[in-house]
Design a protein around this ligand. Structure first.
Ligand code: SF4
Ligand code: SF4
Ligand code: SF4
Length: 254
């Protein structure tokens, strides 16, 4: 196919939802200004939200959501067998996401609290890398469509796919925002991977770390900042646990 003088093969792509709100898949159909160009790059083989056609000859599989049932395990394994590149698409898939809060309660209690009259098959939440090999992680709750577009272009052109290594604070300061620590709030921006254009903090809401840890984070300095400001360690732990994205970082000594 030729596109503005450039020859390429469209990506044979499929998108599948597991335990989630489907907000990340919705992002694929977002951003109308670039939607036509975006879809020009893709040969969509299976994507329930935008087409009733279903084909199983895809190369790239986007997996949205975490895993909470045995039938999801089997479905995910079958997708893995077909896909050349399997992408953990969004925070639920990458880390377990907000669904992981369920794991803090006894299984029966967490289900019957929400659905008292229903029998539901459910197991503890797992991120998809606990079940199958993942080739690419695109974090975010939801994913950032601009970042997804950039990654898709990289895949089409065979160039390097990368996520920002630096923390959200870099994007936040570039927007000349007042730091929320100055207003007495705990914000996870200093330890969270950028790429969302600091959307929460620009809206005066502290970052809850949906994109997971930035590379080479200085946890000691971050903890010192929280302590220096007299902010609550319990609040900090709660925020870091919200998306389950800081697993392995939460057993720190305050
Ligand atoms: S990462 Fe967030 S937006 Fe995406 S599916 Fe999970 S809960 Fe929904
Ligand atoms: S508000 Fe959060 S993201 Fe922004 S500079 Fe302060 S700590 Fe960093
Ligand atoms: S500011 Fe933090 S919580 Fe908000 S989208 Fe960005 S990484 Fe996620």
């Amino acid at each position: 196919m030729k596109y503005q003088g450039f020859s390429f093969n469209k990506l044979k792509i499929a998108s599948f939802d597991f335990t989630c709100c489907e907000g990340c898949q919705l992002q694929l159909a977002n951003r109308e200004s670039s939607l036509t160009d975006f879809f020009e790059l893709l040969d969509i083989r299976n994507f329930r939200e935008i087409s009733s056609e279903q084909h199983n000859d895809y190369d790239i599989a986007l997996i949205e959501g975490s895993v909470s049932r045995q039938d999801e395990v089997e479905r995910l394994e079958a997708i893995r067998r077909q896909a050349t590149t399997l992408v953990a698409f969004g925070t639920c898939a990458c880390f377990g996401g907000v669904n992981s809060l369920k794991n803090k309660f006894p299984l029966k209690e967490s289900v019957t609290e929400v659905y008292p009259c229903m029998l539901i098959e459910t197991s503890p939440i797992r991120k998809i890398s606990e079940i199958v090999k993942v080739d690419l992680f695109i974090p975010g709750c939801p994913v950032n469509k601009e970042e997804v577009e950039r990654i898709v272009v990289s895949l089409v052109t065979g160039s390097l796919v990368f996520l920002p290594k630096y923390p959200v604070c870099v994007e936040c300061k570039a927007q000349i925002n007042t730091c929320l620590f100055e207003l007495g709030e705990i914000c996870l921006g200093p330890i969270t991977r950028a790429g969302c254009n600091s959307v929460c903090t620009t809206g005066k809401t502290p970052c809850l770390g949906c994109r997971g840890p930035a590379e080479e984070i200085n946890m000691a300095a971050f903890l010192a900042l929280v302590t220096e400001r007299g902010l609550s360690q319990d609040d900090l732990r709660e925020k870091m646990a919200f998306y389950n994205a800081f697993e392995g970082f939460t057993n720190y000594e305050a």
